[in-house]
Write a protein of this length. Sequence first.
Length: 401
Amino acid sequence: MLTLTLLGFSHIHGQTISWGNTGASTAWYTAANWSPSTASGAWTTSNVAQFQNTGTASTSGINMGTSALSIGAIEVTSVRTRNLTIGNSSGTSGNLTLNGATLNSVSNVVLRNASGSTLTLQNNETGSGKTMEVALGNSTDNRLLLDGSGNIVISSVISGTARPLSVSGSGSGQLTLSNSNTYSGNTTLHSGGRLAVTNTTGSATGSGNVQANTGSVILGTGFVSPAAGGAITVGSGAKVSVGNSSGDDSGKILTFTPASGSITTTFETGSTLEFDLFSGAGLGDQSSIVSSSDLFRTGGSFNIQSGVKLRVSSSMTGFAANDRWRLFDWTTLGGNAPSGTFESSLMELPALTTGLEWNLSQLQTFGTLSVTAASFAAVPEPTRAVLMLLGICATIFRRKR
């Protein structure tokens, strides 16, 4: 098993070593592939491995059978126009230690992508049968910076006792975590931080608490599962979007639940929770059809403070009375019904035709949103109304005489 360890120090300004091979070579430990030339034993804990657009390779393989590796950080610059995948090129176990560096004036950065392409850390550089574990080692922070439109994808397991992870950036890219991660530090999303969780088991964010701050987004189809007694907090100006940001054509499930015991999930004033409806308009009750809408599944306590926005989007037309979709599920995992309520004045819901309205009465008792016939004040029939008007006119006329 290859272990990728991310260790960080607050103020490291190490030498930048840039990928310099102009061909298709992918071997990290070939000294001539780097500028300045750097052999396997010459890397230091403060070096930044920088990838610009030199050469044609789209992967870089670390041969752990040759030597373990300890550097500061990995950076993909804004000039790069192709994806980069970094993985183990050997069946031999080994450690890649990232000690952190100050990049773009941010301390403790372990990974930075300023390009429009994707940076991926995965088990295998190519092929199969190799494993790369990403172990966070910095007790202060392990910052991932997304300063371009390109993403960072980590499909390797991330580990590290009491090692925090944070995400921020000035770009539109997002961090995707797709494995069951075991690091026990907190996860913090700062402004510009977008975290997509796509794991199918365990917890994408390890066992620590999760804090989404103003200008950040949590999205995806995976599991966020702090340890017992932990917390997931969606702060003012932060957003949770069930499912993927684009490309979904059917309902997805995003789960916030404890690994064991109980946790508290809180949406603070000014935060937003988003869903999509995909199918079933005009077909009645869709609440048992998972593909018809996104579903937010929770375990533990679920708190909704005043002033939280609920946004439900759909491209469907043809809504009809008695249509129903399930947006929330707290029963499957033994969680509690939400405390607090969504305010109707802050809701954004799909438009309905005249005579229909959204029924919110079961949203926080059964987790469902439905369509019902609109309630109108009684209006007299036209003939009756005309007769009443004539009667009033006649009365006025007699009084004038």
